[in-house]
Write a protein that binds this ligand. Structure first.
Ligand code: NAD
Length: 265
């Protein structure tokens, strides 16, 4: 029997087959969950629908999470279809390209606020609507990145948004804990996706991460999906407010050079 047998999960943020959200969806399907999907804008429908069909789902609805009316409508549709929910996945991020790079001190107010609105506040917006659909408790998981904790080149507006997202995870965990709803985040290592392509020099970041991370590896969408299965399952029933790193150990490093590079001096 699958770890998520009998559970109903709503997944936000699948854009294509490279999306981390899709890695999560495949792992959830393998473990027996019933799935619903929400995508950001019209033209994504033709990509997401066949993916959803391949995991037995015909709930594929548009929702721009920066619009309260969209989020309201989406959860109304989810309630009609599923009645209740057990799992919500927030795999959403956006920052304007001009605020992913350049000098941090030159970041625009609008870019900062847009990144925070779409990438961080949206978790609060989803949690608010998910709560009444989780009368028996549930699990909400967001995707984050280590740029929230440490300075990573070029992440600027996204780094700020991820710090706020992680803060929201803790406050939502405290707020929704008495309702039996757990809120966690997975801090994934770098993965080549559509969103990541907005970060200049991403290929070099991938190479460096693989060289220095303790496990000398790059994580995949599947690795994040498998970790997310655990966090969303009853095996994690007393884990909440947690930022779980799935990054081949990169986060423990104090200095990111290989031993060979250091000894080479
Ligand atoms: P992706 O581009 O496949 O997914 C990002 C999703 O956000 C897309 O589906 C996009 O449509 C959605 N989105 C953007 N604006 C939206 C809006 N207004 N309303 C609704 N949805 C919106 O890229 P990904 O890398 O799979 O990103 C998923 C999550 O994982 C993001 O939160 C990202 O920051 C995080 N993450 C990514 C990496 C990485 O290296 N790729 C590492 C750690 C964390």
């Amino acid at each position: 029997m699958g770890l998520l047998e009998g559970k109903k999960a709503l997944i936000f943020g699948v854009a294509n087959k490279d999306s981390i959200g899709w890695g999560v969806a495949k792992a959830f399907h393998r473990e027996g969950a019933t799935l619903g999907f929400s995508y950001a804008y019209e033209s994504l429908e033709r990509r997401v629908t066949p993916l959803a069909e391949s995991v037995g789902s015909d709930f594929v609805e548009m929702c721009d999470v920066s619009k309260d009316e969209d989020v309201d409508t989406l959860f109304e549709k989810a309630q009609k279809r599923f009645g209740t929910l057990d799992i919500v996945i927030h795999s959403i991020g956006f920052a304007p390209k001009e605020d992913l790079g350049g000098r941090y001190s030159e970041m625009s107010r609008d870019g900062f606020l847009l990144a925070v609105n779409i990438s961080a506040y949206s978790l609060v917006a989803l949690a608010k609507r998910a709560r009444p659909l989780m009368p028996n408790g549930g699990s909400i998981t967001a995707m984050t990145y280590i740029a929230s904790e440490r300075v990573m080149p070029r992440y600027n507006a996204m780094a700020a948004a991820k710090a706020l997202l992680e803060n929201a995870v803790r406050y939502l965990a405290a707020d929704l804990g008495p309702d039996g709803i757990r809120v966690n985040a997975i801090s994934a290592g770098p993965i080549k996706t559509l969103a990541a392509s907005g970060i200049g020099g991403f290929r070099k970041l991938l190479r460096a991460s693989e060289q220095v991370s303790p496990l000398r590896a790059l994580v995949t969408q599947e690795d994040v999906g498998n970790a997310c299965v655990f966090l969303s399952s009853d095996w994690a029933r007393y884990i909440t407010g947690e930022i779980m790193h799935v990054d081949a150990g990169y986060n423990i490093l104090g200095f990111t050079a290989t031993e060979e590079e250091l000894l080479g001096d």
